[in-house]
Design a protein around this ligand. Structure first.
Ligand SMILES: *Cc1c(COP(=O)(O)O)cnc(C)c1O
Length: 480
């Protein structure tokens, strides 16, 4: 494909762009349980207006767009006040949870380089429920990740294993408030005590929950302490593009004080161009996401967020009760927010998801990570609230329909293949063979995903990763 010789007219462009969306997830109907957090048309319009008003302003240099500096400092101050921060707490606006987390790990790494120069290779301790973004951070930043198990029933970090995993090279502990997979809050107070005793940093991943949890607490829900009110919590990440309903590209990373935060910055004076000082990973960046986040926080306000939180809480209780009515399903952990995960010991989970898809629903699959088995996940957002009765009704039907379906048993064929290969020697060609075996040709996905998910589910982690990389490598390729 080439850039067209003559430009298209604006009307034509809009039409094409709209057309391209045809195969997309239909999130506006309230039957999608992830990806889009929408609190209705008014907040959406507010975001769009503010975003467009700041679309072209550049966050590259905070001294030439003082408006952006002011918006950022105000948004960070609101976030800090929301999370028990005092006047010492500082932070930055980032493009998302992943960037906030990478920055928190980078800050910890560089803090340790200064304070603990004897450490050769820094280690961070991750409960297996910690978000994949921490693995990405470790990968990008060349920090060693040490995984620790969670209690199989509560799905919260196992403190004894955590204690045992600490070595002289440990720099950072990570807890979630709550974890994405199971929606439960790690024992942050106990973790903070350990961190203080051992002179470690403690990051609380509140990407999905830190904004909503304080509102749920005010509504009377028992929310354990997880924020800066806990001595020993040294940084927190919190996304606005989730339960604050901001436009995507909106998160914040907060630190206990400036002494710690200074390790986040990057400066460069060793080239022939302008002096670079970046607070975050991005350099040139649109002011749009920041302005939209600022605007939606001010538009909805505390009372508005409380009202939304109340409806989410009621919807979540209904989902939990509804899942409880289906004997074939089993909840994982005791969901403390608005994230619900369930599995089945009798029916194939991936068939249930396909059956739900047939009925217009999108629920998220979560593959097995032994000893944790595969499950499905619901992130309940305002759009879902009016649909919960229908969800439970359809879920009951889907479970029954899934029972009737034969198991694909591709997983069995696969185990034959797996027993004959040395995982370390697996080549890309073998991987493409694997892809073909489960029905993936090029980047085309079949409409029923159970066979693919079942295969992925039995693959050991390195092979699963290889498979996904090859698939993605195929996906991002123009093929006419
Ligand atoms: C969403 C999420 C992240 C990652 O955030 P992105 O905005 O997708 O980069 C990290 N941690 C938790 C708990 C999350 O839910």
């Amino acid at each position: 494909m080439k850039i067209p010789a003559k430009g298209l007219d604006r009307e034509g462009l809009s039409k094409v762009l709209k057309d391209y969306k045809k195969g997309d997830l239909t999130w506006r109907d309230g039957k999608t349980f992830s990806y889009v957090y929408n609190a209705g048309s008014a907040p959406e319009e507010v975001c769009k207006e503010a975003y467009m008003a700041y679309l072209s302003e550049n966050g590259l240099n905070p001294t030439v767009f003082p408006s952006l500096l002011r918006l950022e400092n105000e948004v960070v101050a609101m976030a800090s006040a929301h999370l028990g921060g005092n006047s010492e707490v500082v932070g930055n606006f980032t493009s998302g949870g992943t960037e906030s987390i990478i920055l928190a790990v980078k800050t910890a790494r560089d803090w340790a380089r200064e304070k603990k120069p004897q450490i050769e290779k820094a280690e961070i301790i991750l409960p297996i429920t910690a978000h994949a973004a921490f693995h990405k951070a470790a990968h990008y930043l060349d920090v060693k990740k040490v995984l620790v198990p969670v209690d199989p029933t509560t799905c919260k970090v196992d403190l004894e294993s955590l204690q045992k995993a600490i070595t002289p090279s440990t720099i950072l502990l990570v807890g979630s408030a709550p974890s994405y997979a199971h929606g439960v809050v790690d024992p942050i107070e106990e973790m903070a005590k350990i961190a203080r005793e051992k002179d470690l940093l403690l990051h609380v991943d509140g990407c999905i929950g830190a904004f909503l949890l304080p509102f749920l607490r005010r509504l009377g829900r028992p929310v354990p302490a997880f924020d800066f009110s806990v001595e020993g919590v040294t940084s927190i990440s919190m996304d606005f593009h989730k339960y604050a309903y901001a436009a995507k590209g909106a998160s914040v990373v907060l630190y206990r004080n400036k002494e710690l935060r200074k390790h986040q910055f990057f400066t460069c004076s060793e080239w022939t161009g302008y002096s670079v000082v970046n607070a975050t990973i991005q350099s040139s960046k649109s002011g749009g996401p920041l302005a939209a986040a600022w605007a939606v926080l001010n538009f909805i306000g505390e009372e508005g967020y409380l009202e939304i939180a109340k409806s989410l809480q009621e919807a979540t209780e209904k989902v939990i009760a509804g899942v409880g009515e289906i004997p074939e399903l089993r909840l994982l952990g005791n969901p403390e927010m608005t994230l619900v995960a369930a599995t089945s010991d009798e029916v194939k989970v991936f068939h249930i998801l396909d059956e739900m898809k047939e009925r217009g629903w999108y629920l998220e699959p979560q593959l097995a990570f032994p000893p944790h088995k595969e499950s499905f996940h619901l992130t309940i957002t305002p759009a879902n609230v009016p649909k919960i009765d229908q969800l439970i009704q359809d879920l009951k039907e889907a479970v029954q329909a899934a029972k009737e379906l034969p198991s694909a048993n591709l997983a069995d064929q696969m185990s034959g293949f797996l027993s004959n290969v040395n995982l370390g020697e697996l080549k890309d060609e073998d991987m493409m063979g694997l892809l073909a075996m489960v029905g993936i040709q090029g980047s085309k996905l079949p409409s029923r995903m159970a066979p693919i998910n079942e295969v992925l589910n039995v693959l050991p982690a390195p092979l699963r990763d290889g498979f996904l990389k090859n698939f993605c490598n195929e996906l991002f390729r123009y093929q006419g």
